[in-house]
Design a protein around this ligand. Structure first.
Ligand code: GLC
Length: 745
């Protein structure tokens, strides 16, 4: 007993010491910042609250106010830049700020490192489908290490926006429709970017975006209004932001959309009451591009001065490219509309992060690394290849995959040999020349003589439609081959910001190509390139297999070759439902039962929450993914049929690989709160585990679900779990049928 007490005391002392160290660090940083603030003029204070861009024209939005960059730096009128693409440029500007401005305050450089810096990983929605948190964290760390060498201090990532609407093109940047998985992924990315020492030369500052609920833009139209109950917001949209903050993210980005009627950048409830008072956030908030100034267009500010006042009072620290803070800040203080005390607080929060990044200690640490060998390290490329393979989802396979050795392949379509498209949107500093395409990898794996290729049609920003003679050429090589691998879908340009689509089917010319190839009678494997869920009923019906390759990043090609050859076994599982039809949107697994649930989700019917012309169920549900193996789930045991509030629910299940291939599966645990204070989703993901099983092997998986994970928002906005009865399922997707029950007492 004595030893136990000693251990306990030691643990408490150590934990306390860590706490104290962090608190001391915090105090030291604040003291340092306050000493600088004392010396600053009011104009220099507003300079620290301005972020500017060096590139001209539309960078990631309409150009902000034109400014003389160098005089702004020398006069201390700017504190940050975004989108600087070369370390030497970053170091040049940093030197100017540190050595030629009055106080020598270092600049902080931000960049959209969303799914990789130089080595580009699959788009985030794809990576989420690996359900591999260690891989997600490591991908962020690789991106951070490359970013440091590139002179970047801060990434505008993770994007934590939940969305159930694939018409919104930015679903490519998030983790899909589920708050539990989205929260785990957001926290993993923050850990990857920031590590446990922001001043290390392997870590950068993270940014939780877009705060908040940007993924709920009405009609899936980017930037559109968001309006929802606070209860829905807290249950479905807040968890990933909160998880990223709890993981220590030091910055937040306010979103373009209005929320409860006020644009996020001027929304005091969001940025101060919720973010700082309730969630305890101590870092700083940067607006999205020009979003402060756009409050005039939203109609809540008459001019730039009013917009600046609204944003400052909402506790928005940094204005991205709008220029209203530096233009009107001093006047607002002189007129008594803004207190200098508030300005000091906003400035302090920015200076503290610069301090924690080590920028005062060594402003040239980032970007001064030897460039040779800093990027595209072989071990990082090999890792990216594996992540891409784990992110891809086998949606259909009637046995045509894996391909047999010596098979002759007709490789056709717009993305099979497109180095740029496989990088998706937000390509960071990725260079397409480093992309290994599907064509290159298949030629390498199956022999050049066994891969006949033609593009047949274009799809992208500038060129779309069939190539002259493309169909004829495609049919010709198909007839000379054993199997067709048909690359279809949407280009990398169609992902990311401001690419919303009302139609989410594959473009008509590609469908024409598919029809022509179908007539050859050859087996067809569709390789689906996309950054969003789509309506692919047509492609599923007319093909023998569908492999969702997403925009798989630098190493997409080798990953596809690994999978179609059987060298690797597909293991991805969807984190966003694929609608049966765009008319179903929003369609997601965690919907409510209603008082008149459909008798079947799979057929049209009346007198229930359903359609008379179509099924409710999506084409492919959340969690779905096939393998070359077949995994059997059995012997579900609820080890804790009753559990106290504050306890842990334990459920075990046996998983057997019945196939002839070794493979990974993602065991998923879902619950339903049968009677609660408010209506609860028919299913909620509350646990998952990636399992590797050799052919014939069985494993027993035990899930442990703390009752705190079963908390939800009550009518009084309190967040807590209730006593009561629950159903629980475990399986390989959200349709899992293996069922049990437990009670919280
Ligand atoms: C863009 C995006 C945001 C990005 C920022 C800087 O408009 O909305 O995600 O981080 O501007 O590029």
């Amino acid at each position: 007993m004595k030893r136990f007490l000693l251990a306990l005391t030691t643990f408490a002392l150590v934990a306390g010491a860590v706490e104290a160290k962090t608190a001391n660090e915090e105090q030291e940083a604040i003291k340092f910042a306050n000493n600088i603030i004392k010396k600053m003029t009011l104009r220099e204070k507003f300079g620290q609250l301005e972020q500017f861009v060096t590139r001209k024209g539309v960078v990631t939005g309409p150009e902000g106010v034109k400014r003389d960059i160098e005089s702004a730096i020398r006069n201390g009128e700017v504190g940050s830049f975004l989108s600087i693409r070369k370390p030497e440029e970053a170091l040049r500007l940093q030197k100017m700020s540190v050595e030629e401005s009055r106080l020598g305050i270092p600049l902080i450089f931000g960049y959209d490192i969303i799914h990789g810096c130089k080595v580009i990983f699959p788009e985030n929605l794809a990576m989420a489908c690996s359900w591999n948190l260690e891989a997600v964290e490591r991908a962020a760390r690789v991106a951070a290490e490359e970013s440091v060498a590139a002179g970047i201090h801060w990434t505008f990532s993770p994007m934590c926006d939940i969305s159930v609407d694939p018409r919104w093109s930015r679903v490519s940047e998030g983790a899909g429709e589920d708050p539990y998985l989205g929260a785990k992924i957001a926290a993993a990315m923050v850990r990857g970017y920031q590590g446990d020492d922001l001043s290390s030369d392997k870590t950068i500052a993270a940014c939780v975006k877009h705060f908040a609920a940007y993924g709920a833009a009405q009609a899936g139209r980017d930037y559109n209004t968001v309006d929802m109950s606070e209860l829905m917001f807290r249950n479905l949209y807040l968890p990933p932001y909160k998880a990223a903050l709890d993981a220590g993210a030091v910055t937040v980005m306010s979103s373009f959309n209005d929320f409860h009627g006020v644009p996020a950048s001027g929304n005091k409830w969001l940025l101060y009451d919720l973010l700082r008072k309730e969630l305890g956030f101590k870092g700083f908030v940067v607006s999205d591009w020009n979003a402060v100034h756009e409050m005039i267009i939203h109609g809540v500010a008459a001019n730039g001065k009013d917009a600046a006042e609204l944003a400052l009072k909402a506790h928005l620290n940094m204005d991205m490219v709008g220029g209203d803070y530096i233009a009107y800040g001093e006047q607002l203080v002189k007129e008594g509309r803004i207190s200098e005390k508030l300005v000091d607080e906003l400035v302090r929060e920015v200076l503290v992060i610069k301090y924690r990044l080590g920028l005062f200690e060594d402003p040239y640490r980032y970007g001064s690394q030897k460039q040779e060998g800093a990027y595209y390290r072989p071990e990082h490329l090999a890792f990216a290849r594996n992540v891409a393979a784990e992110s891809m989802v086998l949606l259909k396979n009637n046995g045509v995959l894996p391909l047999q050795k010596g098979v002759k392949i007709a490789l056709i379509g717009p993305f099979a040999d497109s180095q740029i498209d496989q990088l998706g949107a937000w390509r960071g500093l990725g260079e397409k020349e480093h992309s290994i395409t599907i064509r290159t990898a298949l030629e390498e794996r199956f022999g050049k003589e066994n891969v006949l290729y033609t593009k047949a049609c274009e799809c992208g920003r500038y060129k779309n439609g069939l190539i002259e003679g493309g169909i004829e050429e495609a049919v010709k090589i198909a007839e000379q081959s054993d199997v067709i691998l048909l690359s279809m879908g949407l280009s990398g340009w169609h992902s990311g910001e401001s690419r919303s689509r009302a139609e989410i089917t594959v473009p008509a010319d590609q469908q024409q190509l598919l029809d022509a190839l179908k007539k050859t009678g050859k087996k067809i494997v569709v390789l689906l390139a996309t950054g969003r869920a789509m309506d692919i009923r047509n492609e599923v019906e007319k093909s023998d297999a569908v492999l969702l390759t997403w925009h798989g990043g630098t190493m997409e090609g080798p990953a596809v070759a690994d999978l179609v050859s059987g060298d690797k076994n597909p293991s991805g599982h969807l984190t966003m439902s694929f609608p049966y039809h765009v008319g179903q949107i929003p369609v997601h697994y965690n919907s409510k039962n209603t008082g008149r649930p459909a008798k079947s989700q799979f057929k049209a019917q009346g007198y229930s929450a359903s359609y008379v012309d179509m099924q409710n169920a999506p084409l492919f549900p959340f969690g779905y993914g096939l393998s070359y193996s077949e995994f059997e789930y059995s012997d579900l045991k609820v080890l804790t049929p009753t559990v106290e509030l504050g306890g842990v629910v334990k459920v075990s299940v046996k998983v057997t690989n019945k196939g002839k291939y070794d493979g990974d599966d993602v065991a998923q645990l879902y619950v339903h709160d049968i009677v609660a204070e408010t209506t609860r989703p028919v299913r909620e993901l509350k646990g998952f585990e990636r399992l590797s099983l050799k052919a014939g092997e069985s494993k027993v998986v035990t899930f442990e679900v703390p009752t705190s994970d079963l908390a939800y928002c009550h009518q009084d906005m309190s967040w807590k779990a209730d006593k009561g009865d629950f159903k629980v399922w475990v399986g390989a997707d959200s349709y899992a049928t293996l069922e049990g029950r437990f009670t919280i007492k």
